[in-house]
Ligand binder design. Structure first.
Ligand code: DGY
Length: 323
């Protein structure tokens, strides 16, 4: 079969693909246009997709030959899963292997914002060290504070464990369903969305993004938060309304924000959030460790190859296609 990859992946995954009995197609240049992407996909049986290309109904209509999708990500919001399922196209993703790395970035952002670290680093780089001042550069401590986790799956659990171990934080969470393991292990408390918003000192988003969640964190929600709230998002930028977030940060409605994902991506250099001292933004690097990316490459390659051998993908977001 023909497997199309829009970008090369770490060697461990390339080896699995190259050792398989398939034709592996990779564009010669690193970044291809949407038109070129579609052209390659039209000729492929399987695509291994790196990044957030929209794989929607129109895309599927244009690629009638396509039989399987293997995503190089745990998130699958770029794919119309219902449409894929209707066409019996399995969609693989890469869970677990990036949970630690992504939660590390959430934890790092929380600390960076609570102690204004990236802002102060920028000051040093700008030759603006300043002088010791008892009232300047004051952060807030996290000991004993409340972490609110929105979407407590594998990544949220890792974040909660770190916050409990490092700062003895209370854990509250809101999720589609109760997570008894985390309640038992960390004494976490399940709360309504309203309670999560109202009672968190740090609110960290770890949910899978769906269209209905677009701009969920907006002016109305920020207004209900504590003034010392640190807003962390390492999931998908679509959750936040950035104009409202800017106003909430500028007016002191909330205390700070750490974002690894923005709305849209990439964030424009002119985005006013970047002017604020209480904001730290990273360019979607949650899973960017050697260990996590090797793990993702292995799973994504195995998912693609197992389809070509007539086997089920090990990690499939729409397993009902196999029934
Ligand atoms: C994921 O795996 O979903 C990461 O956010 C990269 O897209």
């Amino acid at each position: 079969m023909k497997i199309f990859l829009n970008k090369a992946i770490p060697q461990v995954g390339m080896k699995i693909l190259n050792d398989s009995n398939n034709e592996i197609i990779i564009p010669a240049k690193e970044n291809i246009s949407d038109v070129e992407f579609l052209k390659y996909c039209k000729n492929a049986d399987v695509i291994l997709n790196v990044g957030g290309n929209k794989l929607d109904k129109e895309f599927f209509d244009n690629c009638p030959n396509l039989k399987a999708i293997s995503l190089f990500s745990v998130g699958y919001n770029s794919v119309d899963i219902a449409e894929a399922t209707k066409r019996k196209i399995p969609v693989g993703n890469t869970p677990d292997v990036l949970s630690r790395a992504t939660s590390d970035i959430a934890f790092l952002l929380m600390q960076s914002v609570s102690r204004l670290a990236s802002h102060n680093f920028q000051k040093v780089k700008d030759g603006n060290w300043g002088s010791f001042d008892p009232m300047e550069n004051l952060g807030q401590e996290l000991y004993g504070k409340t972490l609110g986790v929105f979407g407590l799956g594998r990544i949220g659990f890792e974040m909660a464990k770190k916050c409990k171990a490092a700062f003895d934080m209370e854990i509250i969470y809101h999720n589609r369903s109760r997570n008894e393991e985390v309640e038992k292990e960390l004494g976490a408390k399940y709360v309504s969305f309203e309670e999560l918003v109202k009672n968190s000192d740090v609110l960290s988003i770890h949910a899978n993004f769906e269209a209905k969640d677009s701009n969920l964190f907006n002016a109305e929600i920020f207004a209900k938060m504590k003034p010392n709230l640190i807003f962390i998002n390492t999931a998908r930028g679509g959750f936040q309304n950035e104009k409202d977030l800017y106003k909430a940060l500028k007016n002191g409605t909330i205390w700070g924000a750490g974002l690894d994902v923005t709305n849209p991506e990439p964030m424009e250099k002119s985005n006013s959030l970047l002017q604020l001292s209480n904001v730290c933004v990273l360019p979607h690097i949650g899973s960017a460790t050697i260990e996590a990316r090797n793990g993702m490459a292995k799973i994504a390659a195995e998912n693609a190859v197992s389809f070509t051998k007539g086997e089920k993908m090990k990690t499939c977001v729409n397993p009902e296609v196999y029934i």
